[in-house]
Design a protein. Structure first.
Length: 255
């Protein structure tokens, strides 16, 4: 199976209805490489307006994702959002396990449980993993990624066909990033993750078929060299996803 290139945009806790409309309209009316799957994750407040703008433009390429879901059925859970609620609105994707959520207290087990519930409820999941600067310095990158992924298997997920992994080293993310990973660093880690998938006892041909995105300071300037690596199957883009540069990142494979 050829792994279709996927570029995700994580808007994080940014934007107003007005600016999200502008950003999504610019994106949905741009000349995008049709060979790329595009998934944008605005804040919960703007999921439906983003979806509406995409529909109004007639764009069939861009899909909308939540940034998080809760692992319980709809009910008395103030401040949370359920898989069923997203599905009822035609939202078919969610991010899970972003390092900003893990730093806010989500354990591997919670992220894994959410992943199981999201998949069971029919959502596709962009599962974020990655090590801190200290963990990389101490040679623990592989161990940390394996632990975060193993938790999902331990939660009972053996079929990974609706999981996209986003490898996002914490030291490369956001305004406080040290730097982006080099293409060689990212490729090396992606290859390790793929090797781990091969030995994980998953259904089907998960090692070959699962897409592994890179995230962390992806920009118009570094996207081409990162995308040229054999095990980098797309990106999860934070800051740059709010800018016109996001279009260049989506189109980075186009000559
Ligand atoms: P960044 O964020 O592109 O701003 O580094 C990536 C992410 O957090 O998903």
């Amino acid at each position: 199976m050829v792994r279709k290139f996927l570029v995700g945009g994580n808007f994080k806790m940014n934007g107003s209805t007005k600016t999200v409309k502008e950003i999504v309209h610019r994106l949905a009316t741009a000349d995008l490489d049709p060979n790329v799957e595009v998934v944008i994750a605005p804040s919960t407040l703007h999921l439906l307006v983003a979806q509406q703008v995409i529909e109004e433009t007639g764009n069939k390429q861009i899909e909308v994702a939540a940034q998080n879901v809760y692992h319980e059925k709809p009910g008395a859970h103030t401040g949370e959002i359920a898989v069923e609620q997203l599905k009822a609105e035609g939202i078919n994707w969610t991010l899970l396990g972003h390092s900003e959520r893990r730093q806010a207290g989500e354990t591997d087990e919670v992220v894994a449980r959410k992943t199981k519930v999201a998949l069971d409820g029919g959502l596709k999941v962009i599962l974020c993993i990655g090590e801190s600067a200290d963990e990389r310095r101490d040679g623990k990158t592989e161990e940390v990624n394996a632990r975060q992924l193993q938790a999902v298997i331990d939660a009972g997920v053996k079929n990974w066909s609706n999981i996209v992994i986003a490898y996002e080293p914490i030291w490369a993310i956001g305004a406080k990033a040290l730097r982006a990973a080099t293409p060689e660093e990212a490729q090396g880690t992606h290859a390790e993750i793929r090797k781990w998938l091969a030995g994980a006892g998953l259904e089907g041909n998960a090692a070959e078929d699962t897409r592994i995105l890179y995230g962390g300071s992806v920009s118009g300037a570094n996207c081409k060299s990162l995308a040229s690596q054999p095990d980098i199957d797309g990106f999860l883009v934070g800051g740059a996803s709010l800018k016109p540069e996001f279009i260049d990142i989506i189109n980075c494979k186009r000559a």
